[in-house]
Design a protein around this ligand. Structure first.
Ligand code: NAP
Length: 255
């Protein structure tokens, strides 16, 4: 599968990444159907399938329940084969999200992610925004904290999973990558993607299928026609769906 650079970081990722909410969290999600968390065996099969399809990017977060911990266990001895993107700033405990973007909390969250993922570096760290991106960027010295963490070798690159155009634009100015929503029903953040394209920064797409509420193949084709998209992070625990999504990506490659 085609790989693209994440901005100027030197990190290369497959144009489809695997989103891992459904590996670790069932509560407070907005998928159309209820689901069981995959067993360890199913999780290993899903990762083996992703690897075979030449997907190298995994997106996780402390707020995705047991996702980081399960990935850490499953990737033992195979860490170098993957680009891991995780987050900081949101905690999801007993069904409730809490946000804290203070430097100390972010540093502690990174240390915990390193332990859970059983690694000594994170490829990409995204701030897990609550939507108040002006205050996150302006008041909480967030990007300075992430730059110090990069200098210490704990991160290779950083950015923010944003919810607003203003937050996305600021992220592109000050970081390596923004994760934004794009699908046929949500085009409001296109300006951020165009800006990233112009500035040669990375763009990860979340919710390309509106969390499963839109037809997958059509939505994926729609997203891939947008200039400036680095990788589409598709959320699935079904290897057959992953294969279908990759088939669409491959047909796009040939266009
Ligand atoms: P999504 O990728 O738009 O949709 C996932 C849903 O689509 C799943 O229920 C999946 O069901 C279904 N699906 C996937 N491929 C399919 C196919 N070929 N045919 C039919 N159904 C298909 O939504 P998402 O999981 O909300 O977002 C993707 C990723 O982005 C997340 O996993 C996460 O890593 C990231 N994300 C980040 C944030 C944030 O930072 N704030 C927020 C949301 C998401 P099956 O499992 O049955 O395939």
């Amino acid at each position: 599968m085609q790989k693209r650079h994440v901005g100027k970081t030197g990190i290369e990722v497959s144009i489809i990444g695997l989103g891992t909410v459904k590996l670790g969290r069932q509560q407070g999600v907005h998928y159309p159907d209820a689901f069981e968390l995959p067993s360890d065996k199913e999780l290993n099969q899903l990762l083996a399938c992703a690897f075979e399809l030449e997907i190298n990017l995994l997106d996780t977060a402390p707020a995705y329940g047991t996702s980081e911990e399960r990935l850490g266990k499953a990737l033992r001895g195979k860490r170098q084969e993957w680009i891991i993107s995780t987050k900081a700033g949101e905690e999801f405990v007993n069904g409730v999200s809490r946000f804290d973007f203070s430097p100390l909390t972010i540093k502690q969250s990174v240390e915990r992610s390193l332990k859970r993922l059983q690694t000594d570096y994170l490829d990409i760290l995204l701030i897990h925004s609550n939507g108040n991106e002006d205050s996150i960027v302006m008041e909480d010295v967030v990007f300075e904290t992430l730059e110090r963490l990069r200098e210490s070798g704990k991160l290779r690159a950083y950015g923010m999973s944003t919810k607003t155009v203003a937050g996305g634009l600021q992220t592109i100015d000050r970081a390596d990558v923004a994760m934004v929503t794009l699908n046929p029903n949500h085009t409001a953040e296109r300006e951020v993607i165009a800006y990233a394209h112009q500035k040669q920064k990375g763009i990860f797409i979340k919710k390309a299928f509106a969390s499963g509420h839109l037809p997958a193949a059509d939505s994926l084709r729609f997203v891939f026609t947008e200039p400036g998209v680095t990788s589409v992070i598709v959320g699935t625990i079904n290897p057959a769906h992953l294969k279908q999504n990759v088939a669409v990506a491959l047909s796009h490659d040939k266009l």
